[in-house]
Design a protein around this ligand. Structure first.
Ligand SMILES: [Zn+2]
Length: 285
């Protein structure tokens, strides 16, 4: 149905993932707390449901929404009547801005958090976390992402192009790759980087509830949800009430959204806190 996406986009993503997999093993950013093969197996089994849902439901849903709007010249972009390059550039930027809000909504809505919690409850963060999403989260994003696409009137081919970049960036910022600090300091002015997203996976609530952006880090800067001031070796990855490795089995993870949610506390009842840190927009190593 999407020959260019399947024949060019997917193999490119496969190569990018392969390169990241090798690099993150060689240049580690954070110390692991669990066995890598065990986690790979767990995360692969979560992805085994999420990835078909992405390719067979979410992507066709978003594409259909774009086609519906394009056929009617519906949405903000056709209304603006911009030159083609500006039309496509603005479409790309607004898609990313829409996903910033979707990610924030998943943290703010109790219902959506039940599903997004499966992604955050990983006790380590690496490339495999990039596809550890509950299948319910992918289904839930169809009406939101499709709706945004229709309202914006994004060209249908741009939806697929954006998705390839979106998936590539998701793989990159979840990876456990230690980039040279000076390089990452420059890079995170524009895009989301592994250190920036590592803070988003911290067990400290205020840190998890920041850095929502997917491709461009500007959206977090714009809405003052940017937090770069935590050194990576001070970050504990996960969700405080979900730290039992026995609950990381595929069956437990699948059932997690449908069970009573636990408060944001460690098993001993304490709430993870952080002492005052410097200016939030200053990236620490
Ligand atoms: Zn999140």
């Amino acid at each position: 149905m999407f020959p260019k996406f399947d024949k060019i986009g997917m193999p490119l993503l496969g190569v990018a993932a392969g390169v990241l997999f090798v690099l993150e093993a060689k240049y580690k950013l954070r110390r692991r707390v669990r066995s890598k093969p065990k986690r790979l197996l767990e995360n692969a089994s979560v992805a085994a449901a999420a990835l078909p849902a992405l390719r067979l439901v979410l992507i066709p849903g978003m594409y259909a929404a774009a086609r519906w709007a394009n056929n009617r010249q519906f949405g903000l972009l056709p209304w603006l009547k911009l030159p083609k390059a500006a039309h496509y550039t603005l479409g790309f930027l607004l898609l990313d801005y829409g996903n910033y809000f979707w990610h924030m909504l998943m943290h703010r809505s109790h219902l959506l958090w039940r599903f997004h919690n499966v992604h955050h409850s990983d006790l380590d963060l690496d490339l495999s976390s990039a596809w550890r999403f509950h299948v319910g989260e992918n289904f839930a994003s169809v009406p939101y992402r499709g709706g945004v696409i229709a309202l914006l009137g994004v060209p249908a081919p741009l939806v697929l192009f954006y998705e390839v970049i979106f998936e590539g960036c998701t793989a990159f910022h979840h990876s456990n790759l230690r980039l040279p600090y000076k390089l990452e300091k420059q890079l995170c002015r524009v895009m989301v980087t592994p250190r920036m997203h590592g803070i988003h996976h911290s067990i400290v609530r205020q840190e998890t509830d920041s850095n929502y952006a997917v491709i461009f880090s500007w959206w977090d800067r714009l809405h003052q949800t940017l937090r770069l001031n935590v050194p990576q070796d001070a970050v504990t990855i996960g969700v405080p009430a979900y730290r039992d490795p026995a609950e990381q089995s595929p069956v437990h993870l699948f059932r997690m959204p449908f069970k009573k949610q636990r408060p944001w506390k460690l098993p001993d009842g304490t709430v993870p806190q952080r002492a005052k840190l410097p200016e939030p927009t200053q990236l620490l190593p």
